[in-house]
Ligand binder design. Structure first.
Ligand code: PLP
Length: 356
């Protein structure tokens, strides 16, 4: 068996130990004679998996008791609607910070339900706290801590005063410790740093769970999901289980402090290789560079196809940049080993020597 270093932005690499454990347990989960995929979500076996997974996430993220953790479907994209449907209440407007494509998607969806005030805008950077035009009457302030496509990461948590802060943390969750108590709602699609596609994790402060806008579908109500322990309908059971294996892997590997140290080292190695090359470049303000998604361009785009072909031959996969920006992008989530980044950097130097 030979596994590649997969730099996909998501679905992304999973830790090999997690995949091996899933394989070992695939046909017979711990002597039950059943795969987790075949279990009733209301049976005691799956209920124990679900409870342990939530407990482990609460432990590694230090989630306060005053927050609910929901294991949902619909992707982060459904949250673009669920946030306004659940948080607007009697308010008519919400603040959004626009730092790229995912912010824009959240803004467009939010605009279906309320008046959107764009409190700050930046591309390849983030607006400073002092430059945010915040409305103290807003229902919430929404932002994207890490823009997956352009690789822009907030170096600070915005302060919205008493207005609840909402974060689409899809591509940076679990990459480093986070003070959850600063947020009203945090949500993330699982397919980057949590597990497999099909699961969406929502962490929501209890006092924000309540009435939804009229005609909100039951499946879009935080209250209904919270009241039913995320089992109002059949939850994504296998994704929930896989997330549990990943949380356990994080716990056994030193928790988020250790993840952060390794992630910082990986990112610094890659950015140093780009910046020092005179051949590769990254357009992002150095204060806001993502630890998770590192886009870069070659000195001549004509070489892109050759770069991608040769990289793949060396087991370095999915380096093509997002179709909207071109160039390359290396996504280096928790499961990407440091050796993967070292192999990429060595390949980039060799490629430059031959074509630069
Ligand atoms: C920051 C961010 N938000 C939202 C999404 C959309 O997530 P989903 O495909 O789970 O709806 C993505 C997906 O890549 C993302 O990176």
């Amino acid at each position: 068996m030979s596994r590649v270093y997969n730099f996909s932005a998501g679905p992304a690499m999973l830790p090999e130990q997690v995949l091996q454990q899933a394989r070992e347990e695939l046909l017979d989960w711990r002597g039950t004679g059943m795969s987790v995929m075949e279990m009733s979500h209301r049976g005691k076996e799956f209920m124990s998996i679900a409870a342990q997974t939530e407990a482990d996430l609460r432990e590694i993220m230090a989630i306060p008791d005053s927050y609910k953790v929901l294991f949902l479907q619909g992707g982060a994209s459904s949250q673009f609607a669920m946030v306004p449907l659940n948080l607007l209440g009697a308010k008519k407007s919400a603040d959004y910070i626009d730092t790229g494509s995912w912010s824009k998607k959240a803004i467009a969806e939010g605009g279906l339900y309320c008046e959107v005030n764009v409190a700050g805008t930046a591309e390849y950077s983030v607006p400073a706290q002092d430059d945010l035009q915040l409305n103290p009457d807003a229902a919430y302030l929404h932002y994207t801590p890490n823009e997956t496509i352009t690789g822009v990461e907030f170096p600070y948590i915005p302060d919205a005063g008493s207005v609840p802060l909402v974060a689409d943390i899809s591509s940076t969750i679990l990459s480093r410790p986070l003070d959850v108590s600063r947020f009203g709602v945090i949500y993330a699609g699982a397919q980057k740093n949590i597990g497999s596609a099909g699961l969406t994790v929502v962490i929501v402060r209890e006092d924000l769970i309540g009435e939804t806008l009229p005609h909100t579908p039951s499946m879009f109500s935080y209250k209904i999901h919270a009241d039913n322990g995320s089992m109002y309908n059949t939850p994504p059971t296998y994704g929930w289980y896989l997330a549990g294996l990943v949380f356990d892997w994080i716990k056994r590997n030193g928790g988020l402090e250790t993840m952060a140290r390794i992630n910082q080292r990986k990112a610094e190695t890659l950015y140093a290789a780009i910046d020092g090359s005179g051949f590769y470049s990254n357009p992002v303000d150095t204060a806001c560079r993502s630890w998770m998604n590192v886009p870069f361009t070659l000195a001549d785009a004509v070489l892109d196809r050759t770069f991608l072909g040769e990289a793949a031959e060396q087991g370095l996969f999915t380096l093509k940049g997002h179709r909207s920006v071109g160039g390359m992008r290396a996504s280096i989530y928790n499961a990407m080993p440091e050796q993967g980044v070292d192999a990429l950097v060595a390949f980039m130097a060799d490629f430059q020597k031959r074509y630069g």
